[in-house]
Structure formats: C-alpha cells, structure tokens
Design a protein around this ligand. Structure first.
Ligand code: UDX
Ligand code: ADP
Length: 464
C-alpha cells in the first residue's frame, strides 16, 4: 500500500547507465511523482536497492539515497510497473547487431521490440511511451505500429526524448542540461503528450532549454550530436599523427583552433581514441541509415570518423612496439586506466580493451590497473590469452614493468609519485601517455622515455 497519492506515475524500463541516473534525477527533482525503474536483470535491481549501486557515477549515490523508498523504486515486476504507470520511458539496451542483415552496423532491436510488446500486453489505460534509448530513425513509427496492433489502439502516444548525458558527469548533465529534446507526432494527441512531458522537465529545466521537434528530427538529432562530437575527436586525433611527424604540438594547435568561437575549445583533447557505448554504435547506425537510402558518399564520410579512431588505437600500439626495440614479447607493461573515460567504471568500447589485446598478441605481460573498472576489465578480457594481471594499486601494477601506458585520464594518475614508480621499474623505462595528462618534461627529467600523443617524444637515447 502506498502511503500517499502521487500526481503522476512514471515508469522506466531498463535500469542501466541511462535509465538509472535519469530516473533518479527525475524522482529527486519531482517528489510529487512516483518513479519506478524495472529491469529483467534481478541482480541489477538488487544492486540498485543496495548500498553499492551497480554503476559508479559521481553524485549518483546521494540522489538515489535521497529519493529511494520515498518516490523512487527499483523493481523486477515489469507487468505491475506497466499497469500502474502514466508515462513509460523505454531505456533498454540497443547494441549493434552481431548477426544477420546489418550485422556490425545496424542496431539490434530485439530487446526494444520485446518491451513494446510487453507494454501493449499489460496496458489497461492510455499511456505516453518515451524513447530514451538511442534508436535508429523511424523507430518511433515501428513502436507505434506494434502498440497499435493490439486490442486497444489509440491509447498510446510515442515520444522521442533522447538522453544527452555523458558518463562521469551524468548527474550534473541531467540537473543542468544544455537542452532537453522532445519529439512527437504533430497531431493533436501527439502535441498533447509532448506538452505533458515538457511539464515534467519544467519542474527543473528552464523552458527555453526544452526544445520540441517532430519525431524524426528528434531521433536523428541524437545520432547527429554524437557523430559531430566523435568527429571532433577524430579530427584532432588525425592531426595528432601529423604533429608527431613535424615540430607541431597538438596542445598548441588545439588551443589555437579552439579559440575560434565558431569551433569551440571543448572535445579537442587528442587521445588514444574515443570509447563508450554511444559514439561507435550511433555512427554505425547513421552509416547504415545513409547506405539504406543510397547515400553512399555521406555514409563513407561518417565511416571515416570510425576509421580514424581504429587507426589511432593501432597507431598507439605500433608506437609502443617501434619504440621498444620492435619486440614486446616478455616485456611487462602497466596499463593505467581501463575505463573508457575518467569518473566511470564503464569499459564499453574502451580503447584500453583494444590496446590490451594487441599487447597480449605481441606476447607482452600486461598489468591492468583502474580505480573503478577492474571488474569490467576482467570480464572484457576473460577470453584473452596470455599473461594478464589485474592490480588495483597503481604502484604495485607498475613495479618491475618496462613501460606504462596511460589509457584513462583519472585525476589520481596525475599526482602519483612517479619518482618511486620509475625506481621500481625495469630500465630503460618507457611512458606512453595516451591521454596527455602527465607533465612530460618532468617525467623525462625523472628518467622516463616519454611518448605523448601529438607531441615530440622525449628520450634519453642519443642519435648514434
Ligand atoms: C557521449 C556524449 O557526450 C553524450 O552526449 C551522449 O549522451 C552519450 O555519448 P559518453 O560516451 O558518456 O557521452 O562520454 P564522452 O565524454 O562524450 O566521451 C566519449 C569518449 O571520447 C571517451 O572515451 C573520451 O575519453 C573521449 N574523448 C572525449 C576524447 O578522446 N577527447 C576529448 O576531447 C573528449
Ligand atoms: P544503457 O547504457 O543504454 O542504459 P544498459 O545496457 O546499461 O544500456 O541498460 C539497459 C538495461 O535494459 C539492462 O539492465 C537490461 O537488463 C534491461 N533490459 C533489456 N531488455 C529488457 C526488458 N524487456 N525489460 C526490462 N529490462 C530490460
């Protein structure tokens, strides 16, 4: 029995990296609504109900603890959740398809379609269905067709409300979003449903930041936003290769380019490559869509963003191999950081996965360290062959190694005692900074042979 009545009952299907934090913030900001998150993964739900949440995200614990049990609930009962809700956010996973037509490119929509069918089966009253997962354009139409095929046509309105949060800053992104985008059919009932969702966000987001469009624009905007962001990183990474061949310095170039307000100074950090669950998947989706419509030149253009990313990861490995006397066999390498970016334990598409596997192929011994992502790292590499160790303490992980490769820009790596680390390593000691976060001159003075991204290397070898 609920102790009090709520203005609205909101359900989210899928308690993942997007659904969990998003709903926690809605519940926190809107105590007048009851927010329930359901997931078929009982283990995940148990974690959301425990002291150790299933994902690491700064600020998330506080928000969840403030609302959980009051107006925020985590449950496995999908049927009950659907029956009692007014608004249903769908935030199930939509990974890249691994089989059949479109394998490796298109989104695998099986979880999403199953959800649509469940909503149809269990609904007994009109509902607004909100697409939160990133989906290919026109999915809302497919969703509507599935929902309308039942005995209660007319009781569902489908909206697109893509989530733009970035991991590691999810809570602040949700609390102070650059924009909230809501797409709907431009029919009377579509516009009414759209307004209802606008009213939810208006509880804490200024109205001028809530933008409304038609359904297809909303779905496409999400893919395009991620494609543009990834393109910016691939652009700077492509130039980092040129900088390494010349006397140019990528930080200076990025600084000069980024001062142009038309370009902006964000997302210009050259790196070993971008990772995360969205960029690759969304660009593949965009490419697939373009090819489907016969726009091969457009598809090739966006595919180039992914090619540069793959090139950058392989270039990093070849740089290690080439500078460590063309053999890594038996050499010990410490990978500092396995998460795809700092402040998350998420390792999906992390460049560290690729680099670790390649180093193992070269028969190196690999020590992996990360403050939050070791469990995921072990899972990502469970089928990898070779000598691989997971060591949380970075000093222990680096001990006796020939090289350190920085893969994630965790703050703690900026202030380690590198003098002691250097002393504990095999000589000559190498440092490959895949994130350009260390003070390279200082590292060189300590004794390391230093290889940044897009900058001249600093080595103690003479040019004999
Ligand atoms: C991204 C989008 O930013 C977000 O809006 C969308 O909702 C989901 O996808 P996310 O993948 O969580 O978010 O992280 P993001 O901060 O975008 O970083 C993605 C990758 O790019 C990381 O591997 C990061 O390290 C890398 N990156 C980012 C760079 O290599 N250089 C940069 O300058 C910025
Ligand atoms: P994202 O990063 O987009 O949030 P995740 O993979 O972290 O993606 O989360 C998606 C969640 O959706 C998973 O926890 C998964 O168990 C859940 N899920 C998938 N299909 C269903 C379904 N039919 N009903 C309920 N939950 C589902």
């Amino acid at each position: 029995m609920e102790k009090r009545e709520f203005d609205k009952k909101i359900l989210c299907i899928g308690a993942g990296y997007v659904g969990g934090p998003t709903m926690a913030v809605i519940a926190h900001k809107c105590p007048q609504y009851k927010v329930t998150i359901v997931d078929i993964n009982a283990n995940r739900i148990a974690q959301w109900n425990s002291d150790k949440l299933p994902i690491y995200e700064p600020g998330l614990d506080d928000v969840v603890k403030a609302a959980r049990g009051k107006n925020l609930f985590f449950d496995t009962d999908v049927k009950k959740g659907i029956e009692e809700s007014d608004i249903i956010f769908v935030s199930v996973n939509t990974p890249t398809k691994t089989f059949g037509a479109g394998a490796g490119m298109a989104a695998d929509l099986q979880y999403w379609e199953k959800t649509a069918r469940e909503i149809r089966e269990y609904s007994q009253s009109p509902k607004i269905i909100v697409e939160k997962s990133t989906l290919p354009v026109k999915t809302a139409q497919a969703m509507k067709r599935i929902l309308m095929a039942g005995d209660n046509p007319g009781q569902f309105e489908v909206l697109s409300n893509p989530e733009f949060l970035a991991e590691g800053t999810a809570i602040s992104d949700l609390e102070n979003p650059d924009r909230v985008l809501i797409g709907s059919m431009e029919t009377k009932s579509g516009l009414k449903a759209r307004q209802e969702l606008v009213d939810v966000y208006k509880n804490w987001v200024p109205e001028n930041k809530i933008i409304t469009t038609n359904l297809w624009s909303s779905e496409l905007s999400k893919l395009v936003s991620n494609a543009f962001l990834a393109q910016k990183i691939s652009s700077i990474n492509a130039i980092s290769a040129l900088c390494e061949k010349t006397d140019a310095n990528i930080s200076e170039v990025a600084g000069a380019v980024g001062m142009d307000s038309r370009l902006g100074n964000k997302f210009l950090n050259a790196s070993v490559g971008f990772g995360g669950s969205c960029f690759k998947k969304d660009i593949l989706n965009l490419v697939y869509l373009c090819r489907y419509y016969g726009l091969d030149t457009v598809a090739d253009y966006w595919e180039g963003v992914l090619k540069i990313n793959d090139y950058q990861k392989e270039r990093f490995v070849m740089n290690m191999l080439g500078n460590m006397f063309n053999t890594l066999a038996g050499k010990k390498i410490c990978i500092l950081g396995f998460a795809f970016k700092a402040n998350t334990g998420d390792t999906r598409e992390s460049p560290a996965i690729y680099v670790a596997r390649r180093l193992l192929e070269e028969r190196a011994v690999v020590n992996i360290s990360d403050p939050q992502a070791l469990e995921n790292a072990e899972n990502d590499l469970k089928d990898a062959e070779g000598s691989i160790f997971f060591i949380k303490n970075p000093y222990e992980a680096a001990k006796g190694c020939d090289a350190i490769a920085v893969m994630t820009e965790w703050d703690i790596y900026k202030s380690l005692d590198y003098e002691n680390i250097y002393k504990s390593m095999s000589k000559p000691a190498f440092l490959f900074d895949g994130r350009n976060i260390l003070h390279h001159n200082k590292m060189y003075e300590i004794g390391f042979n230093v290889f940044p991204i897009g900058k001249a290397s600093l080595t103690h070898f003479s040019n004999e």
